[in-house]
Design a protein around this ligand. Structure first.
Ligand SMILES: [Zn+2]
Length: 470
C-alpha cells in the first residue's frame, strides 16, 4: 500500500490524500488551497494534480468545506467519472458551496480580464477559472450518499464507515478497511474534528480501538481554546455597550457553521436572561441556505439545540430571527440607525453584504462590530482586529469609529487537548501516524505532544508531495 500527500501537508488547506492498494486507487478529499496569492499559484500547479485522475476509482469526502472539496469539479473536468462518497448533509452543502466557489472564480477571471484590457494588455496572462459554474454543476451527479455508521463497499476489497466528526454539518471521520492479500488493514482519516460540548452539532464520535494507519488533523494542535464562558461574557458586554449608545451591532460570520452557532449562543443568552429580548437579522443568502440545510437534518443536531429550538417556538417574542432574502430588504437595513443586530457574510469581510453594513456602521462611534471567527492576514476583518483607524471599502476611505470586539472562544476545530482526548480512544498506538492539516509549527508541536502524552513513537509530519509505502 502506498499513501501520497498532495495537500494539507505542513499547512491547513488543500486536503488531498491518494491511497494506492493492489490495483485500486482512491482519494480522501480533494480540496482547494486557500489564502491569498500563494494559494492561487498552488491551485494552478494542482491543475493536473500530479497523477492521472482517470485512474482514480473513487473519492471519499470527509466534509463540505472548500479546502477539502473545492477541487472535485477540477477532477471531473479532467475526466474523473467515479463515485464521490459523502454524507447526505455534505452533499446538500456542496450544492451550494461548489457552485459559489465556481461563481467567485468566474467573477475573478472576468474582473482580471477587464482590468488588464483597461491597462492596455491583451489579457493573455489572466488565469481562467479552475472550473465554471456549469462544470461544478456537472460534478454533483457523481456524489453518492454514505450514512454515519453504515458500511459501504466502494470496491470488493474496501469497506468504509463514515462517523460523525462534529466539525460542521455532515462532517465525518473515516474508518477504511482494506482486505486483499494477507491480514486486512485499517486506515483512519480524522478529517477535521470538532470541539466536544459545543452548541449545535453532536460531539465527535469516539475513535475505533485500533488502526494500522492514522491521519490526524492539527489545525490547533499547538494551542488551547478559551472557555465558552469568556466568549459569552464578551458578547454580553458588546450588546450592553451598543444598546446604551443606541447603535447597531454588526457580526461578520462564516455562512456555514458559525452563523448557526452564533444564533444558538444569542438565543441561549436570551433564554438565560443575560440578554434582553432580541431581533436578529441574518443577511446573507448563503447563510440562509446553510441554516435551511442545517434545520433539514435534525438528527445531526445535539439535544441542547433541540431543547433551545423548542423554547424559541414557545417564546416567539423573546428572540426573533429574520432571514433577509432580497437585495432591497438588505439595503433597507443599511438605513437602520439603532437597535439592529445584523449577522452577515463573508466571515472575513472580504465579499458579500457584510461590506455594505460595515461601510454604513464603521464610521459611527455608537455602533459595534463583533468578530467571532479567524481572520486571515491581508483581509479587511484582520485589519479591523488589528485596530486600523481607516479602511477602504469599495474604493472608499471609511474611518473606523465603531468599537471592535474580538471574541476568541468559538472554533469548529478541536484544540490540542480535544485532539489528544480523541486519540486516547485508541487502545494501542496505530502502526503509523501522520500529522496533517496544520501549519508546519502547529503540526510539529502536535506530533511532539502525541509522543510525550501518549507515548506513541511512529508519528511523523509529511511534506507536500511525500509518498510512503506501508
Ligand atoms: Zn473543515
Amino acid at each position: 500500500m502506498r499513501v501520497s500527500f498532495f495537500g494539507a501537508a505542513g499547512e491547513v488547506t488543500g486536503s488531498c490524500t491518494l491511497v494506492e492498494t493492489g490495483d485500486l486507487r482512491f482519494l480522501v478529499d480533494c480540496g482547494m488551497f486557500q489564502g491569498g496569492g500563494e494559494a492561487r499559484l498552488k491551485n494552478q500547479r494542482a491543475l493536473d494534480f500530479g497523477f492521472d485522475v482517470r485512474e482514480i476509482d473513487f473519492v471519499l469526502l470527509t466534509h463540505a468545506h472548500i479546502d477539502h472539496s473545492g477541487l472535485l469539479p477540477r477532477l471531473a473536468v479532467l475526466g474523473f467519472r467515479g463515485p464521490i462518497y459523502a454524507t447526505p448533509a455534505t452533499i446538500d452543502l456542496l450544492e451550494v458551496l461548489l457552485l459559489d466557489s465556481a461563481h467567485i472564480q468566474e467573477k475573478e477571471s472576468e474582473w482580471q480580464l477587464r482590468h488588464q484590457r483597461r491597462s492596455g494588455k491583451n489579457g493573455r496572462s489572466v488565469h481562467p477559472p479552475l472550473y465554471t459554474v456549469a462544470q461544478a454543476q456537472a460534478t454533483l451527479p457523481l456524489l453518492r450518499p454514505a450514512t454515519y455508521g453504515k458500511l459501504i463497499h466502494p470496491a470488493e476489497s474496501i469497506q468504509v464507515c463514515f462517523h460523525d466528526a462534529g466539525h460542521i454539518l455532515g462532517s465525518a471521520w473515516l474508518e477504511v478497511t482494506v482486505s486483499g492479500e494477507g491480514k486486512p488493514r485499517k486506515l483512519v482519516f480524522s478529517g477535521d474534528l470538532g470541539m466536544r460540548d459545543r452548541p449545535v452539532l453532536n460531539d465527535p464520535e469516539p475513535v475505533v480501538p485500533t488502526a494500522d494507519v492514522l491521519l490526524i488533523e492539527s489545525t490547533y494542535g499547538d494551542r488551547l481554546h478559551r472557555p465558552l464562558q469568556e466568549t459569552e461574557d464578551e458578547i454580553v458586554a458588546a450588546f450592553g455597550r451598543t444598546q446604551a449608545c443606541h447603535g447597531n451591532l454588526i457580526i461578520p460570520s462564516f455562512a456555514v457553521g458559525r452563523t448557526q452557532e452564533i444564533i444558538y449562543i444569542l438565543a441561549d443568552l436570551v433564554r438565560r436572561e443575560r440578554l434582553a429580548p432580541l431581533k436578529v437579522y441574518v443577511d446573507s443568502p448563503m447563510a440562509n441556505e446553510a441554516t435551511r440545510i442545517t434545520l433539514a437534518h435534525p438528527a445531526l443536531l445535539d439535544d441542547e439545540t433541540h431543547e433551545l429550538t423548542a423554547w424559541l417556538r414557545e417564546h416567539p417574542n423573546r428572540m426573533k430571527v429574520e432571514f433577509v432574502a432580497d437585495v432591497e430588504a438588505s439595503r433597507a437595513l443599511n438605513e437602520v440607525r439603532s437597535g439592529a443586530v445584523i449577522i452577515s457574510a463573508s466571515g472575513m469581510c472580504e465579499a458579500g453584504r457584510i461590506k455594505y453594513h460595515l461601510r454604513e456602521n464603521l464610521p459611527r462611534s455608537e455602533c459595534s462590530v463583533l468578530i467571532a471567527g479567524f481572520q486571515a492576514a491581508g483581509t479587511l476583518g484582520r485589519r479591523l482586529v488589528d485596530g486600523a483607524r481607516l479602511v477602504h471599502i469599495f474604493g472608499e476611505a471609511v474611518p473606523v469609529r465603531a468599537r471592535i470586539y474580538t471574541v476568541g472562544g468559538l472554533s469548529a476545530h478541536a484544540d490540542q487537548a480535544g485532539l489528544i482526548a480523541w486519540l486516547k480512544g485508541f487502545h494501542a498506538p496505530p502502526r503509523h501516524t501522520f500529522v496533517v492539516h496544520g501549519e508546519a509549527a502547529a503540526a510539529a508541536h502536535f506530533a511532539e505532544a502525541v509522543g510525550v502524552e501518549l507515548g506513541w513513537h511512529e508519528v511523523s509530519v509529511p511534506q507536500q508531495g511525500d509518498s510512503v509505502n506501508l
